[in-house]
Design a protein. Structure first.
Length: 98
């Protein structure tokens, strides 16, 4: 990575920009957090994610970001999971009572 005169990383493309933001995580603003979420969720290829995750200089930040923002289940996903369990239990109960 190349550095500018002010010590900040020079950003040449999207991958480098995401890496630079991730290097500062969790000390980033809301716009940068939204940018990370968008890149990981919609823009990045599996190869790009793997390339970034394998870099020694961002492994700690990547792991923390992933645990906090990517790997968590949303309330809707939890609700859908609970609904599936209820439907399955009702089906088992109906079969058992028949």
């Amino acid at each position: 990575m190349t550095f500018q005169d002010d010590g900040e990383p020079a950003v040449f493309d999207r991958f480098d920009r995401i890496e630079a933001i991730l290097l500062r995580y969790p000390d980033i603003d809301e716009a940068e957090l939204a940018d990370l979420k968008r890149w990981f969720g919609k823009e990045a290829s599996a190869f790009e994610v793997a390339s970034l995750a394998s870099k020694d200089n961002v492994q700690r930040q990547y792991g923390e970001f992933r645990r906090t923002h990517i790997d968590r289940l949303t309330p809707m996903e939890l609700l859908m999971g609970a609904l599936v369990v209820v439907v399955l239990l009702a089906g088992v109960a109906a079969i058992a009572l028949a």
